[in-house]
Design a binder for this molecule. Structure first.
Ligand code: UDP
Ligand code: MG
Length: 327
């Protein structure tokens, strides 16, 4: 991949950056977040900016804090969702609303350093359609989390139609062209990392070190990560469906060979009555494999079911702040 060096900012007619911030119970840290983010955006003097914050059904004071900031700065727009729809939907709501020439999704918990936006903008000016922010290390993750993440990327990329870059999350800069392409993807069940990768485009990278969360706690527990992982694999691969042909073929061949062996043995040495244990093991083993296969079929059928319902991805309860064009 070409590495595009950041260059000094060039003077261009004011273009607009849209910063998209999904927020779920982030009330405690938002003051610090805005202070750091706005400082950086003000240094990018040749750019207009808008900050789109999505309150994803928070149960703390997130909405109040966001509204206080929106009253102070008209460039802050708030989308209050009618309930918690999850990060992927919140991001989609923000991206759908963004009007900028480039869109930058960023977490509200300051694990994504806003200072990196300057380097991202420079790479964008040098011709990249997408500038990815890659985590230099995963030291803030537990050992087990690191192993599972590694395994997930490896497995996903081995069997999927598009490759997700490793250690790259939703923090990135996307040109308007990329955003327009993303908006054309109609799926209801959205694995954003995969969708970002699927649209393609010319990309470059900047690196950063994710700090541990200073405020609040992560909303992604083991169960939510498992669901996200399944979502990622079933969104972009049909290998888990097709693999049963091969498993079935292998097991059937083994059974045939074993059957032949029993016939030969019976002809040579007569009937051998024992065999209860091996019979039971074979039945249970095959039963397990069949259930697994049915479960995987169910996962895909579930996806077809939720896509066919055509429900909206999110519902906006109310918008606050922003300029007149946003309202
Ligand atoms: N988030 C959200 N909806 C959710 C869960 C999370 O909008 O249902 C937001 C959250 O406020 C944060 C970002 O998504 O800005 C990343 O969440 P978190 O820090 O919990 O995830 P982690 O960094 O641990 O992967
Ligand atoms: Mg976080």
């Amino acid at each position: 991949m070409p590495t595009i060096q950041p260059s000094p900012l060039t003077a261009v007619s004011p273009r607009c950056l849209s910063i998209v911030v999904p927020c779920f119970n982030e009330g405690e840290g938002l003051d610090t977040f805005f202070a750091r983010l706005e400082l950086i955006l003000q240094t990018l003097q040749t750019y207009e900016y808008e900050i789109i914050c999505i309150d994803d059904g928070s149960s703390d004071n997130t909405l109040d804090v966001l509204r206080r900031h929106a009253a102070r700065n008209p460039r802050i727009l708030i989308l209050e969702l009618s309930r918690n729809f999850g990060k992927e939907a919140a991001l989609t709501a923000g991206i759908d609303t963004a009007r900028g020439d480039a869109v930058i999704p960023i977490d509200a918990d300051l694990q994504h350093p806003p200072e990196l936006i300057i380097d991202m903008v420079r790479c964008w000016e040098n011709g990249s359609d997408i500038v990815l922010a890659r985590r230099a290390s995963r030291d803030t993750d537990h050992f087990i989390q690191r192993c599972i993440t590694q395994w997930f990327y490896r497995m996903h990329n081995a069997i999927s139609e598009c490759q997700i870059p490793k250690d790259v999350g939703d923090f990135r800069l996307m040109d308007k062209r990329v955003v327009d392409a993303l908006k054309q993807l109609p799926e209801r069940r959205r694995f954003m990392k995969g969708l970002f990768a699927w649209v393609g485009f010319k990309h470059s990278e900047v690196t950063f070190t994710a700090k541990p969360r200073r405020f609040g706690k992560s909303s992604f527990n083991a169960r939510r990560l498992w669901i996200l992982g399944l979502e990622g694999i079933t969104s972009f691969s049909t290998v888990p469906l097709v693999v049963w042909v091969y498993i079935g073929f292998t097991v059937a061949t083994a059974a045939l060979i074993y059957g032949c062996w029993i016939i030969i043995k019976t002809l040579a040495f007569g009937i051998d009555v024992p065999g209860y244990a091996s019979l039971l093991t074979a039945i249970l083993f095959l039963g397990g494999i069949q259930l697994l296969g049915i479960g995987i079929l169910g996962e895909y059928i579930g996806r077809i079911y939720s896509e066919s319902k055509q429900r909206p991805l999110y519902i906006i309860r109310q918008r606050y702040g922003g300029t007149d064009q946003n309202a």
